[in-house]
Design a binder for this molecule. Structure first.
Ligand SMILES: Nc1ncnc2c1ncn2[C@@H]1O[C@H](COP(=O)(O)OP(=O)(O)OP(=O)(O)O)[C@@H](O)[C@H]1O
Length: 276
């Protein structure tokens, strides 16, 4: 019987286009025949895709094609929208996240989220990062100072804020606030980080720092990112999903393939800016 050790020894190690060491793909999130409706309007149409672990998967497509809707299905943020109805299934490590026995709050600890507009709490930098651990009742189990430092280091923010941990998170620059939100998300040790256009409200320098950070984050986490910026998707992702109008997933493949030789004319037209 193969052991974990055998698997590690016999696995071919390759380097991807992003320069990262390739691991064999393990699916962490999978949708099958996923349909989503807001009232009578269909936002996602029969979406089946498998998100590989420890990779960056980008979702691109024109406005209104359902990118954010898909992201919000993964950690059940759509539960908060009364008109939203979901059919088909969406699995996290093989377990349907919409099963009755799944606690959405616990799910969101495993699948964290970072939004377009940085949204730190009106609290100190320290308390922003410690928040999730305190809510989970884990603050007594871990050394909170160490956990806060580790999360801030993981979000490439520690060196900039280590002498001002008591200052308000709202006093940071936009880019720092976004990295603080990433620190807050990783403090509770999620497996997946969902990012909904995390750099679109930032200047190019701040955006570039987040892109560099994402490249580091996939060593430990799986990143699923919605972006309007095709260059960004090409730069930072391993896999790209192209959604087009009507909430249809038209193509999902390695990012190089999507940008260099897509299968579908509609994808090529979108990538080359003929519409969208
Ligand atoms: N809360 C909601 N209530 C009703 N309809 C919604 C809601 N959220 C999204 N929709 C509709 O669902 C469709 C998909 O929206 P979604 O925000 O997922 O698209 P998107 O691709 O992320 O768009 P954008 O790039 O503009 O952010 C759109 O037609 C949108 O109007």
């Amino acid at each position: 019987m193969a052991t974990e050790g055998d698997k590690l020894i016999t696995t071919d190690v390759q380097t991807s286009s992003t320069g990262r060491v390739e691991r064999p793909d393990e699916t962490v999130v999978a949708s099958r025949h996923l349909d989503v409706y807001y009232g009578d309007e269909q936002a996602l149409d029969d979406v089946s895709m498998e998100i590989p672990e420890h990779k960056v998967t980008a979702i691109i497509g024109p406005s209104g094609c359902g990118k954010s809707t898909f992201l919000r299905c993964v950690n059940r943020m759509n539960d908060q929208i009364d008109a939203c109805r979901i059919e088909g299934d969406l699995r996290f490590h093989g377990k349907d996240v919409y099963d009755d026995d799944v606690d959405p709050v616990a799910l969101r600890r495993k699948i964290g989220m970072v939004f377009q507009k940085p949204n730190p709490f009106p609290k100190s930098i320290y308390d922003n990062v410690a928040y999730g651990l305190r809510v989970q009742g884990k603050a007594d189990d871990v050394d909170l100072d160490d956990a806060v430092e580790e999360a801030l280091r993981g979000a490439a923010l520690w060196d900039e804020v280590k002498d001002q941990l008591d200052s308000s998170g709202l006093d940071l620059s936009g880019g720092q606030q976004q990295r603080l939100c990433i620190a807050r998300a990783i403090a509770t040790d999620p497996e997946v980080i969902l990012m909904d256009e995390p750099t679109s409200a930032l200047d190019p320098v701040a955006a570039s720092k987040i892109e560099d950070l994402i490249a580091d984050l996939v060593e430990e986490y799986t990143v699923l990112i919605v972006t309007h910026n095709m260059q960004q998707a090409a730069r930072i992702s391993d896999k790209t999903a192209v959604f087009l109008t009507g909430g249809e997933l038209v193509e999902f493949d390695n990012t190089n393939k999507i940008f260099e030789n897509p299968e579908h004319d509609r994808v090529e037209d979108y990538i080359t800016g003929k519409f969208g």
